[in-house]
Design a protein around this ligand. Structure first.
Ligand code: K2U
Ligand code: ZN
Length: 164
């Protein structure tokens, strides 16, 4: 942080092919290994509009979701706070206010069109991931002071890690 890769604006995918599915399978494995509950392709250095997610809790059957070229159609006026983290900004957590619900449309793993409302953690996560596709990291929603403190913390941790 700040990492130019994360600031890239990702490009739409022309069509969902076996190559797209292979990328999503790889992303899902990476996400489970982190562990995380969502991942945008740009976070593994591939700036394309692809997101994977699995909101299943510990011990529940995995419920992977795949999003190709996702778009937000509508956002709720009400905002709710959530203590967010990010796999690309390790060990930093802070409260971000986001619309409570979001109507989204996307192509699924098989390239079929899905349009649905997301709420709860699903709404938080999909908005966090779709920010990544626009080169936005959750820190960009924080105050300048909080953002600069978070970046210093990540950079210090990185130096320590490099030194150790
Ligand atoms: O994009 C990412 O960095 C993945 C995030 C997704 C996420 C961030 C904030 C709120 C919801 C989802 C990682 O999953 S961060 C790890 C995590 C795990 C459980 C709940 C919240 C965050
Ligand atoms: Zn993130």
């Amino acid at each position: 942080m700040p990492n130019p890769i994360l600031k890239q604006v990702s490009k739409p995918v022309k069509e969902v092919t076996d190559e797209t599915r292979e990328l999503m399978d790889d992303m899902l494995q990476t996400m489970y290994a982190a562990p995380g509950i969502g991942l945008a392709a740009v976070q593994i250095g591939v700036p394309v509009n692809v997101i994977v997610m699995d909101l299943a809790k510990e011990g529940e059957k995995p419920a992977p979701k795949y999003f190709v070229n996702p778009e937000i159609l509508e956002l709720d006026e009400d905002f709710v706070p959530y203590d967010e983290g990010c796999l690309s900004v390790p060990d930093v957590f802070d409260t971000v206010d986001r619309p409570k619900r979001a109507k989204i449309t996307y192509l699924n793993y098989d390239g079929e069109r899905v349009t649905e409302w997301a709420e709860g953690l699903y709404a938080v996560c999909i908005q966090h991931e779709m920010d990544h596709l626009k080169g936005i990291v959750f820190l960009d929603h924080l105050s300048k002071l909080k953002r600069s403190r978070a970046i210093k913390k990540v950079q210090k941790a990185k130096k320590l890690k490099a030194a150790s």
